[in-house]
Design a protein around this ligand. Structure first.
Ligand code: ATP
Ligand code: MG
Length: 583
């Protein structure tokens, strides 16, 4: 199922695949124990059950890696099942995106199912429960039901409709189905225990009336099963052995088991694990939808979004996401993971695979006065020092170049070793150059930096006299440069916990006004004239970038996936801080 793990392993000899480390986790331990006792005849069957009411996010990736990863590891199977029991919020657009996202992450489902496939069977089972005196039709309103349910400290009260005869219940339930009653007028409830310490066991609702068109069953149904009634039975129908879900369902497990027991069907078991929470990130489809609908982002695939379509467009790789998910593991308590950790895995993966290129985001013109006017040299540049097979390429060098504005200071502060008047630096793969003087416009802004070069340093190598320089900077030859747009991102929110707000505000108050910076006049080396959408590169010294789908022929658009660690920025920030401290 997972392409990086083509061979399936026998249960006893489960081995970690070579490329992705799999630390031990408690869910695996449960599966191992079940295999040992042959609880399910040595079978492992899991499912990933998204509700198609939005795009998947990085939290879902954790669940996917667990559901598919563990089945994979034990030669088992995984179904993709759309949990489509709420017709009002669900759309085919989401179904399609979810399938693409799962495949993009590198997983392949065995069965493709929809909870709505089981509507007939679920209805029959409801009738069976009514006949057994285990379910009843209740006419209380939603508010009354809540009121009657009691609280954690007070037991609930029986509904006056709780003791309806089986005949009356059958008749009313049939008429609910036939569409005789308006939305919200009646529900079907399981008859369990209104005094249970677990609120979920106080006669939970099984069916509600909703005259709404369903994305698959159309207008066939006007009653829809609740999650708790549909989920365990769907698992059971698919003979799911290990049904993993997030911790908020822990209190629902007795109900999950109750339905299965009453119906005497295949005993799937629910196992809860911790939700992924990430700093500076919201992982809730409802809130992500709000960001899209209110126009705070350009869409579900805005590269600042934590959706899989968003981070894919940003340039994250499926390998990086899988490595991240495997390394965080699962536990029985909710916590918060640093966004920096996810970025670490992205850098680690891109470092291995991304070709290096030279690009200048904020160009400053450099003229090498002693370099022949019309000469162009093709310099050898290494494509990826981490991967010798990536080979080399030629980069043109000529008299007029661009360097980063940041790589030049007319009055360099202490510890600044890059170009400045009288200072010599190395142009990577080029030559050593020394700054002679600057030319300014009438506003006093530097428009050109004039330098001389040392022909004995071709390729950026030290000259025979062994002279050393302290800085190496990147550059692009002006006449050959490709014009490009670059989009730089910061976190979408300014707060580690975007939900932390003042009274009367919602999380949008924490949006980061600087989360997107667009650079319109970046200059790239000519090898980047027409890169394929989705290709990823390291712009030397600037970060990893990927080609956006907004690219036009001859004018690529790049998203910065993640920056490299910039030591200078840290020194400078530290200096600023100590300056402020003194003042
Ligand atoms: P949301 O609140 O974003 O809508 P959800 O849990 O309602 O999330 P589902 O589509 O029902 O979304 O989730 C499908 C599966 O993914 C479930 O098993 C769910 O527990 C899991 N899942 C969802 N969010 C996370 C998360 N942040 N971390 C781990 N697993 C998650
Ligand atoms: Mg949900």
């Amino acid at each position: 199922m997972n392409p990086s793990n083509p061979q399936t392993h026998a249960a006893a000899s489960a081995q970690a695949p070579p490329t992705e480390a799999r630390p031990s986790n408690f869910v695996r331990d449960i599966i191992l124990a079940d295999l040992q006792t042959s609880k399910y005849g040595g079978r492992v069957q899991t499912r990933f059950p998204p509700e198609p009411n939005g795009y998947l996010h990085i939290g879902h990736a954790k669940a996917i890696c667990l559901d598919f990863g563990l089945a994979d590891e034990f030669g088992g199977h995984t179904n993709l099942r759309f949990d489509d029991t709420n017709p009002q919020k669900e759309e085919t657009e989401y179904v399609e995106s979810i399938m693409q996202d799962v495949k993009w992450l590198g997983f392949h489902w065995d069965g493709l199912f929809y909870a709505s496939d089981y509507f007939d069977q679920l209805y029959e089972w409801a009738v069976q429960l009514i006949k057994a005196g285990k379910a009843y039709v209740d006419d209380l309103s939603a508010d009354q039901i809540r009121e009657y349910r009691g609280t954690l400290t007070q037991p609930g009260k029986d509904s006056p409709y709780r003791n309806r005869s089986i005949e009356e219940n059958l008749n009313l339930f049939e008429r609910m189905r036939a569409g005789e009653f308006p939305d919200g007028s009646r529900v079907l409830r399981a008859k369990i225990d209104m005094a249970s310490p677990n609120l979920n066991m106080r006669d939970p609702v099984m069916y509600r009336i909703l005259h709404a068109e369903h994305h698959r069953t159309g207008n066939k149904w006007c009653i829809y099963p609740m999650y708790d009634y549909a989920h365990g039975q769907s698992d059971s129908l698919e003979k799911v052995t290990h049904s993993m879900c997030t911790l908020e369902f822990e209190d629902h497990r007795p109900l999950y088991n109750w339905f299965i027991q009453q119906l005497g069907i295949f005993p799937s078991q629910q196992i809860e694990f911790d939700r992924l929470n990430l700093t500076y990130t919201l992982l809730s489809k409802r809130k992500l939808l709000q960001l899209v609908q209110e126009g705070h982002v350009s869409g579900w695939d805005d590269p600042r979004m934590p959706t899989l379509v968003g981070i894919r467009r940003r340039g994250y790789t499926p390998e990086a996401i899988r490595n991240f998910c495997n390394s965080i593991g699962v536990s029985k308590t909710n916590g918060v993971i640093e966004l920096a950790m996810l970025e670490h895995f992205v850098r680690e993966d891109l470092n291995k695979r991304a070709p290096r290129v030279m690009a200048v985001l904020r160009p400053l013109k450099v003229v090498i006065d002693n370099y022949p006017e019309n000469q162009v040299e093709q310099m050898d540049a290494v494509n990826n020092p981490e991967d010798p097979r990536a080979g080399t390429r030629k980069v043109p060098f000529s008299r007029v170049l661009y360097i980063e504005q940041d790589d030049f200071r007319e009055n360099p502060p202490k510890q600044y070793y890059r170009l400045s008047p009288g200072r010599e630096v190395r142009l990577r793969y080029g030559y050593f150059i020394t700054c002679a003087n600057v030319v300014k416009n009438d506003k006093g802004e530097i428009v050109e930096v004039h330098c001389t070069y040392d022909p004995a340093t071709r390729g950026g190598n030290s000259p025979p006299d062994g002279r050393k320089v302290k800085a190496t900077i990147h550059w692009v030859a002006a006449a050959h440069a490709i014009d490009a747009e670059a989009r730089l991102y910061e976190t979408l929110f300014t707060k580690e916990d975007p939900n932390q707000t003042e009274a009367g505000q919602d999380f949008t108050a924490n949006l980061n006004p600087r989360s997107l910076e667009v650079i319109h006049d970046a200059r790239l080396e000519p090898s980047l004239a027409n890169p394929a959408v989705g290709e990823r590169y390291q712009f030397e010294r600037l970060g990893y970038f990927s080609v956006d789908r907004d690219s036009k022929p001859g004018r690529p658009v790049f998203n910065r996936t993640v920056a490299l660690k910039d030591t200078w920025a840290r020194i400078e920030k530290g200096a600023e801080r100590s300056q402020r401290g003194k003042g």
